[in-house]
Design a protein around this ligand. Sequence first.
Ligand code: CP
Ligand code: NVA
Length: 305
Amino acid sequence: MKDFLTIADYSSESLQGLLDLAIQLKEEWKSGGNKPIFKNKVLAMIFQKPSLRTRVSFDMSMLHLGGNALYLSPAEIGLGKRESIADVARVVSGYVDVIMARVFDHAHVEELAKWASIPVINGLSDYNHPCQAMADALTIYEEFGSMKGLNVTYMGDGNNVAVSLMHVCAKLGANFTIGNPEGYDMPESAIELGKQFAAASGSTISLLNDPHEAVKEVDAIYTDTWTSMGQEEETKKHQQVFPPYQVNEALVAEAKDNVIVLHCLPAHRGEEITDEVADGPHSRLFPQAHNRLHAQKAILVHLLS
Ligand code: CP
Ligand code: NVA
């Protein structure tokens, strides 16, 4: 039974295979459209939190491949509240071919996968965001032709997006650095896994608190919101702690001349990233968002083949 819940579950070879497939599907789509290989296939999209990119890119991925997608809002399903996760998983498994779920608690997407008899994709949990990481890797790969030996720095909160980015970098041979305030580290267990993957691919993991040191000699700077969905009560505190980690023109100037800037979006412009950087020459924010489509088509093809 195949699922896509974490980057950590996939080997370096499988991840590279997914990237190659994403590039192939992107080329096919650009030169007239994808083949309708998902005729009569349906994806159920279960959301506990809001979304623009994940919802639309998964919907369009299915459509471009000849299938369909159903959007199930937080209010409709009441995952674990109106009905147990195990029951939702078993009911939905009888109607559709694949499930994508965006949940608060990572254990909930694992529970869905445990009970579903069809593949389950993690569309963001409090622990990680593996679909995003595949689009990030695709964007970096397209820019530099490889991930191997590149220096990628994530600036800000050691959150879900940081964890998946660290793991995809470590698996594909890029050196990963995080510059985060004290007390906003990634989970220790995720760091340990990252170090194992990096050791296997010959890359490094660096955990820094100094934002200036963190961007020295880097090829890609990545940032994300200072406050993730579900932590809204921390917003004011984070607005006091995180400003030294803002990705602005002065910080970008400390990196390599051809550095690219990435952000999973949605951005809080003027907080973690300035308008000048988000809309400037180093930004790859929108190609990165568009790459969700191609990376997820590859994940769907892998799971439904
Ligand atoms: N990056 C991302 O997952 O965006 P959404 O929250 O809009 O889906
Ligand atoms: N870290 C953010 C990512 C949103 C795509 C969040 O969890 O809200």
